[in-house]
Design a protein around this ligand. Sequence first.
Ligand SMILES: *Cc1c(COP(=O)(O)O)cnc(C)c1O
Length: 374
Amino acid sequence: MQFRDLRKQYELHKSDFDAAIESVLQGTDFIHGKKVVELEKKLAEYVGVKHCITCANGTDALQLALMTWNIGAGDAVFVPDFTFFSSGEVVSTVGAIPVFVDISEETFNINPKKLEQAIKKVKTDGKLVPKVVVAVDLFGQPADYQEIKRICKEYGLLLLEDGAQGFGGRIGTKKVCSFGDISTTSFFPAKPLGCYGDGGAVFTDNDEWAALLRSLCVHGKGEDKYDNVRIGMNSRLDTIQAAVLDVKLGFLDEDLEACDKVAKSYSEKLNGSVGVPEIRNSYFSAWAQYTILLKDSDERDKVMKALKDEGIPSNIYYVKPMHKQCAFVDTLYTVDDYNVTTDICRRCLSLPMHPYLEEDDIRRITDVINEAVK
Ligand SMILES: *Cc1c(COP(=O)(O)O)cnc(C)c1O
């Protein structure tokens, strides 16, 4: 059994993928090809924002957003304590200080109350200037944007949505990657919309920022790439990846509906014996992960072993809170005890999640888990 079945997906749509890749090979427009331009248009339309600028990966996408806003030394950027390393890494890359904020146990996403407390504390301390909130749509569920936007407005902060795990998710009809002043995603193969290598994208409605982003991702180009008006990056999505993504975008919604059915079936069979993910009312998750909570780390070890013995893969996302990553030790700015994240890191476990899991597979997986925790 696969944790995320990319092979099955390839086999099901093989002729489309092969034809799309072949056509780029024939066209030899490997960088900045016409498929890249087409894809950006389609992605912007899908999300419902004015501009989509593709780039080399989801980490660069976040960094490009911070560079666009000129974030750097002396600035505080608020980041959830429970996320993939990139969400905080880019803050340090541009020379600013990441201020980690604890999460809500129910959603795994940044806790708005604690965010507000953190902003107040940084303001009172007076050492850093609060500038940006990074909200992550962790495991596929959009963050609590109603509250987060209210807070950003009240304190004059910019909102950066890290939608790397949430692409295709939504609140009501409003899609992930449309919530931030700038939003980003990743096309890493295992993400909800993944390519066959690395890729990423930045989304915004703001014309001026879009123009800056277009410059920053090609060496800070001015009139052309040999006229350099600012320090930028070399961060581009190549045309083969764009062609792959164009095929996948065609069946993304269908796949996500199938994942949502899998999640519902998991939760039905597991509820009562382990903690199951809660999706808020009118929220739709892209199900980058289906993550359960065990009683403690001993029970998690037991469940992982029982699954492994049956040939069922499972993974721990994430083993360590961000504030415990030693890369941040010199700049750590503590605003909380991070009890929720610390506790969840000891108890969380992600199960196989993809559109091709059958009822029989789900039954097998949940039987093993229910038996192990008895
Ligand atoms: C995967 C991921 C990223 C980084 O994406 P890459 O394309 O691997 O650079 C950033 N943030 C989150 C939340 C992610 O899951």
